[in-house]
Every structure is written in C-alpha cells, then in structure tokens.
Design a protein around this ligand. Structure first.
Ligand SMILES: [Zn+2]
Length: 247
C-alpha cells in the first residue's frame, strides 16, 4: 500500500534527520459554508496550518468573522472575481491579456487591498491565479502592486518573485471530478517529498473544500494521520514561510 510507502519515506527521512515541509492550499473560499466548517475542523483536529485562496470580489465580513477564532489559517488572493475572460477554444483564464493590462492590474491591486482590510495580518500578499494560470506580463507587475509571492500548480519555474507552488491536487478534474485514488496520491506525495528535498522546496497539497466528495475527506484525514505528528514532517503556514524569505 502506498500509504506505507509514504510512511517508509518519512521514517527514512527521520533516520537521516531531515524534514519534509508541507503546506496546504484550499481554493475558492468566499463565505462560511458547512464544507468550509468541515475543512477547518479537520485541519484544527490535527493542528495543520492552511491557506485559503479567497475570491476578493464576492467575499465580505462573514468569512472574516468565521476565521477570527483560528490562528492557523492564512488568506491569499485568488484573482479578483474568478471570471473567465478567455475565448471558448482557450483554457479558462482570468489573469491573461484578453483585457487591457491596466484593468487586470487594477483588479489585483483592489483584491489585495480588500482582503487586507477584511483579514488584517492573516492576509498573505500572495497571488493564487484562478485556474492556476497567469500571463508573464501580469506577473512582472505583481511586486509593484504589493505582492510578495505567487502560487500556481506544478513544478516551480523562474519568475520575478518567490513561488510557493502546489504539487498534489486531490481532485481528478479531468476524469471523475471526484477524489483521486488514495494509493496514487500517497505515491505521488512520497515521490514529491524527495524532489522537494533536493530542491529545498515545500510540497504543496491543493484542495477545494466546496468540491470534496467523501473520498477526498477520507484522504485528507488519512494524510494528516500519517504526517501531522511524524518527526520528519512539518506542516508550515504560508505566512511564516513568507516572513522567513522576505523579512
Ligand atoms: Zn479557483
């Protein structure tokens, strides 16, 4: 079983006194929902830090109030309205050059300001582009808008600002649109933590609380059971990571 493979890998790390750094990004939060409660409760049960990628335009005070009692939950900027501006033949994209660049940048400036006003210190100046897609021309301007980091999906590429990517998506979007097979996920994580070790990077787990079926919820519980108290594993918050790299 691949859960065993992850555990063996972590045990081997522990023997060599190295630590695998994990972080958890959950996308598309707007307001409190039963699914969000379930996500926050599960993370809380295992003391796992999380970062909610919040959609600025439709969100408001209710989410901020819901998060108030949690110290281990960060908020990042998930585009502006999570609206697709690409053509019908293209992959969905909000932060492309389908509209004037100044308009896109204006929304991103407004998004950060709104989430900072709502969430204070909990808001991390990190952009999470909807559908994990953004044009290089937009990325170039992010530091001028106050962003200090970018988070997409997949291996890290060279960019003008620090990247905190996600690598393991728990949902099979192209197939069943339900949770991926647990064995596959555990095997992928075991492989990723070795790559991450070589590159000095973290391993990012990507979730979407509004879209989880029972397979996903069971996987997260199982992952937290294996990792949350293992000496070779550390769940880190994006806020502390960012403080470390740009004090
Ligand atoms: Zn999204």
């Amino acid at each position: 079983m691949s859960k065993r493979l992850l555990l063996d890998t972590l045990d081997e790390f522990a023997g060599r006194e190295i630590v695998a750094d994990f972080w958890l990004r959950d996308d598309d939060a707007v307001e409190p929902t039963p699914a969000l409660d379930r996500f926050l409760d599960l993370c809380g049960e295992f003391a796992v830090a999380s970062t909610l990628a919040v959609i600025p335009e439709p969100t408001g005070d209710a989410l901020a109030a819901r998060l108030e009692k949690h110290s281990n939950v960060d908020v990042a900027v998930h585009g502006w309205a999570h609206r697709n501006h690409a053509g019908p033949q293209e992959k969905k994209r909000e932060l492309g050059l389908h509209r004037p660049l100044d308009l896109v940048l204006g929304e991103l400036r407004q998004g950060l300001a709104k989430l900072q006003a709502l969430h204070g210190d909990r808001c991390v100046p990190m952009l999470v582009p909807p559908w994990n897609r953004i044009d290089a021309a937009v990325v170039e301007h992010l530091p001028d808008l106050g962003y200090k980091a970018l988070s997409v999906y997949g291996p890290e590429e060279e960019t003008s600002l620090p990247l905190l990517n996600t690598h393991i998506d728990v949902i099979d979007w192209r197939g069943s649109r339900g949770g991926k097979d647990h064995d596959t996920l555990f095997a992928d994580i075991a492989m990723r933590i070795r790559t991450a070790q070589d590159s000095g990077r973290m391993t990012g787990i990507l979730t979407h609380h509004l879209d989880h079926d029972e397979t996903v919820w069971a996987f997260l519980r199982s992952l937290f059971e294996v990792t949350s108290s293992h000496p070779a594993c550390r769940w880190r918050s994006s806020r502390l990571w960012l403080k470390e790299i740009s004090p």
